[in-house]
Design a protein around this ligand. Structure first.
Ligand code: HH2
Length: 264
């Protein structure tokens, strides 16, 4: 198993699916980020717009008002990633000290993000999503979900490189829960190793997602076990970055898994 980096989630939103409204106050969000760092996060992913199914779109001004004070407060302490699909927000976030742009639309919403990351030498996360957050869970379909996601990520990586992003600065994410039903999510996790052929680090976000609840009926606040199981199995298949809300528990799980698989 590769030793995955933990990306801790810092949502500065009123409506995120699992922690909406908890860290809207900048001081609370910064405090939460610092706590995640202490627990073992190597990256903090700061977001000001929810991508949950049916979420309301947020204007760039409001998104920046939410995230910029938090990035300014954390950037001296941590590697910060900005979870946005808008170049204007990404630019301001990089100015405030972020060094990674996490674009869940993989440059389809705003290709300028590629130009920006190229100019600044920032890392760019390209994620797969079928449809958009308002409609993505309405009957998603694939020929072969792993092959389709792989082809999409290869194509978006070409677009990113064409806009100026160095290939070594690109990370790829199959987008668990973004336009996928339960079987699609499980198949992607089961065959994650096939995406390693793309040659770039793989980011995986299963944290508290609804596919876990579809398996055992658990509500969103009781999905830690499923988050850990899916994250560790993803790491065993080669995931290099695990995007999680519960960093302390994920860090412990990674340590134990590593101790078993690679004894000192
Ligand atoms: N999942 C969410 C948001 N951003 N980015 C990447 N690269 N991969 C993911 O799986 C991913 C992501 C959804 O989680 P969360 O941020 O907790 O919820 P919301 O979008 O409702 O704020």
């Amino acid at each position: 198993m590769a030793n995955p980096k933990l990306m801790g989630v810092v949502n500065v939103t009123p409506d995120s699916f699992s922690d909406g409204g908890r860290y809207l106050d900048p001081a609370a969000a910064i405090g939460h980020g610092l706590e995640l760092l202490e627990q073992g996060a190597e990256i903090l992913d700061v977001g000001g717009e929810s991508t949950r199914p049916g979420a309301e779109e947020v204007g760039a001004g409001e998104e920046m008002r939410r995230v910029l004070p938090v990035i300014e407060g954390l950037a001296g302490e941590a590697t910060v990633s900005i979870d946005t699909s808008k170049a204007q927000v990404a630019r301001a976030a990089l100015d405030a000290g972020a060094s990674i742009v996490n674009d869940v639309t993989a440059l389809r919403h705003d290709p300028e993000i590629g130009v920006l990351c190229g100019e600044r030498g920032a890392t760019l996360v390209l994620m797969h999503m079928q449809g958009d957050p308002r409609t993505m869970q309405e009957d998603p379909r694939y020929d072969d979900v792993v092959e389709d996601v792989k082809a999409f990520l290869a194509e978006r990586m070409e677009v990113a490189v064409a806009t100026g992003v160095a290939e070594q600065r690109i990370w790829l994410d199959p987008g668990i829960g973004f336009g996928k039903d339960l079987d699609h999510n499980l198949e992607l996790l089961r065959r994650l190793g096939e995406l390693r052929a793309l040659g770039r680090p793989l980011v995986i976000g299963t944290s508290r997602k609804s596919f876990i609840g579809k398996i055992d009926g658990s509500p969103v606040e009781e999905r830690l076990g499923g988050t850990i199981a899916s994250s560790i199995l993803a790491a065993a298949e080669g995931a290099g970055v695990l995007r999680v809300h519960d960093v302390a528990e994920a860090a412990q799980a990674v340590k134990v898994a590593n101790a078993i698989l690679a004894p000192a």
